[in-house]
Design a protein around this ligand. Structure first.
Ligand code: BEZ
Length: 233
C-alpha cells in the first residue's frame, strides 16, 4: 500500500460528513479511532459492513474507540442509504443471531462523503482495480486504526469482493490497546484472555518487575529464552 502507512500521522483533512463539516484531528482528539472506507452507497457488501459496524458500535465505545466511515457518494445519498443499512440490521439479526449484534442498531457514527475522491487519495484508500459506473476511482475496503497520537497503528486493505470481519477488528484492537499499555505482543491466533508474549527488548530482570504476576519461558531446543508468556488485561 503506497502512501499513508503504519506509523504515519493521519493528515488533518477538512471533511464533510453526515453530521456536518469537521477536521480529522479535531474528530480524533486523543482517542483511538477506526477509519473505514467502502466502495459505494447502495451496494450489497458495504450495506452488510456498515450495518455490522453499527451493531458493534457499543463494543468499540466500551473500548474508548471512535468510528468514522467513508464512502465516495454525497451526503444526501449517504442519508438515504443509512435507512437501508438500519433496516438491514433488523433483517440480518432475524437470520443470524449474533452475540455482539444489537438488533435494530442505528448508524450513529459519521460517514464522510468524497465525491471528488480527494480524501481517499490522501488516506491511501483508492482501489486500483475498481471504478464506478462513470469511470471514477472508488475506495477499497480500507480500515485504518489510528492511535491517540493520530498515527496509523494498523491497516486492513480488502478488495470490493471481500467483506471484512468485525470480530477481527475487535480482536486486533484488543491486541493494539494491550501492546500500547504493556511491553508485550500477541501471538498467532491470540484472543482476549489468552497468554501474551513479552517483548524481546525486555530482559528477564525487567520482566520480573514489569510482570509481577509472573511469566513462563518456553523450553526450546536452542535454550534461548525469547518466548516468554504472561497474562495482562
Ligand atoms: C459491494 O459492496 O457489494 C460491492 C461494491 C463495489 C463493487 C463490488 C461489490
Amino acid at each position: 500500500m503506497p502512501g499513508l502507512t503504519l506509523g504515519d500521522t493521519v493528515p488533518n483533512l477538512a471533511v464533510d460528513t453526515t453530521h456536518g463539516k469537521m477536521k480529522l484531528h479535531d474528530f480524533i482528539g486523543d482517542a483511538w479511532t477506526i477509519l473505514f472506507s467502502h466502495p459505494g452507497d447502495f451496494t450489497p457488501v458495504c450495506t452488510t459492513e456498515l450495518g455490522k459496524m453499527a451493531a458493534y458500535a457499543p463494543e468499540f465505545e466500551r473500548r474508548g474507540v471512535k468510528l468514522l466511515g467513508l464512502s465516495c457518494d454525497d451526503i444526501e445519498s449517504h442519508k438515504a442509504w443509512i435507512k437501508d443499512i438500519e433496516a438491514f440490521t433488523v433483517l440480518s439479526n432475524l437470520v443470524h443471531c449474533d452475540r455482539r449484534s444489537k438488533p435494530g442498531a442505528k448508524v450513529t457514527y459519521q460517514i464522510i462523503a468524497d465525491p471528488n475522491r480527494e480524501i481517499i487519495r490522501e488516506l491511501n484508500m483508492v482501489d486500483a482495480d475498481e471504478k464506478d459506473a462513470s469511470g471514477k476511482e472508488v475506495p477499497s475496503r480500507a480500515l485504518h486504526i489510528v492511535g491517540p497520537d493520530k498515527k496509523i497503528k494498523l491497516s486492513f486493505l480488502y478488495p470490493a469482493s471481500t467483506g471484512r470481519n468485525m470480530d477481527e477488528v475487535v480482536r486486533v484492537l484488543e491486541s493494539l490497546q494491550r501492546a500500547a499499555k504493556h511491553k508485550i505482543a500477541t501471538p498467532c491466533n491470540w484472543k482476549p484472555g489468552d497468554p501474551v508474549v513479552i517483548s524481546p527488548s525486555v530482559s528477564n530482570e525487567q520482566a520480573k518487575e514489569m510482570f509481577p504476576q509472573g511469566f513462563k519461558t518456553a523450553d526450546l531446543p536452542s535454550k534461548k529464552d525469547y518466548l516468554r508468556f504472561t497474562h495482562v488485561d
